[in-house]
Design a protein. Structure first.
Length: 336
């Protein structure tokens, strides 16, 4: 008789003791994310059938075209997270500023803030390529009983209490960590439940995949160019395989399972990098380190970077430890 698969809800309850803070609140918060992810997944899967694909005509704070599904996902996550009386504040990549959320007793008693990229890689929707949601959870640093402030969101990645992503692909998966390893859950659409399918996920220490937009090669710093050439050399176990989807969640997910490195470095076009520290890099860095991987900007550990603004961009290198170490080596050598 086949062993019964554990649901995400059962897993959260069973593993509450591994979380150092109030387990009930975090469990409710993760359950809210699970619910919103199922709603967004439904819309992503029918995006080709209804008039929800394409740009909505507005731009977000970064000046990028907002996709219709971006706006929908943003609204759904905000609605779900604010109505559950769990968090005191939320910041989204799609919003200009953070949102203050009062508790039901109207005394600002909630302790957690969430930062979210509601639909990462949304430009891929029109061509039926995987997209995702990225989330990051912190405990507030300002006094409970007062409205949240900017400083509650501008915390180092090392202060995260939980982070994860949802990948909407051939199957829909929710992958998360609370600082005690990384576990992945696959949605059974017939039942509407997530089941533990990938326990204790880890990056292989080495890999043979490099993920970078080589169309920007001419704009990269010399150290990154040298590393890419190294990946392409015919020597030992190289050349490596080039795989780049253009959706951070999808590229990260594949590399964690198969072994690889993801690079979105600074460039002459984006001197500070392009990915957002708070919505993309920190949560992925937390997951990577919890999965035996590594993440940095090429010189500094990602989760040690001090945030200075809500939509801050940073260079980002992430993946199998030995591959990230080698990329950092090339970058250090190039500036000597």
């Amino acid at each position: 008789m086949a062993q019964k698969k554990q649901t995400l809800g059962e897993f959260i309850i069973e593993n509450q003791s591994s979380f150092q803070y109030s387990s009930g609140e975090l469990s409710s918060l993760l359950n809210s994310i699970r619910l919103a992810a199922k709603v967004v997944n439904h819309e992503v899967n029918k995006a080709g059938l209804v008039d929800i694909i394409g740009a909505v005509g507005d731009t977000n704070i970064q000046g990028e075209d907002q996709q219709k599904l971006d706006v929908y996902a943003n609204d759904k996550f905000i609605q779900t997270l604010t109505r559950r009386n769990i968090i005191c504040g939320l910041a989204s990549e799609e919003e200009d500023d953070f949102i203050t959320i009062n508790s039901q007793d109207e005394n600002h008693q909630n302790k957690y803030v969430v930062l979210i990229d509601p639909l990462d890689g949304s430009s891929n929707i029109d061509v039926n390529v995987s997209v995702g949601t990225i989330f990051s959870i912190y405990r507030r640093v300002t006094p409970v009983g007062t409205p949240v402030q900017l400083e509650d969101f501008l915390q180092k990645g090392s202060e995260q209490v939980a982070a994860g992503y949802v990948v909407y692909g051939t199957s829909t998966m929710l992958v998360y960590t609370t600082g005690d390893g990384v576990n992945g859950f696959t949605l059974n659409p017939a039942i509407g439940s997530f089941y533990l399918s990938h326990p204790k996920m880890e990056f292989p220490v080495d890999g043979n995949i490099y993920s970078v937009n080589e169309g920007n090669y001419i704009h990269f710093p010399q150290g990154v160019k040298n590393y890419i050439k190294y990946c392409q050399e015919e020597e030992d176990d190289r050349p490596y395989t080039s795989r780049y989807i253009g959706s951070l969640v999808s590229d990260f997910h594949r590399n964690m399972i198969k072994g690889g490195i993801y690079l979105y470095p600074q460039s002459s076009k984006n001197p500070n990098g392009k990915l957002r520290l708070l919505y993309e890099c920190n949560p992925m860095a937390f997951l990577a380190e919890q999965a035996n991987g590594k993440s940095s900007d090429g010189f500094t550990r990602t989760m040690d970077v001090e945030p200075t603004e809500l939509h801050q961009r940073v260079p980002f290198i992430c993946g199998s430890k030995n591959m990230v170490d080698k990329a950092e080596e090339f970058m250090r050598q190039a500036i000597k």
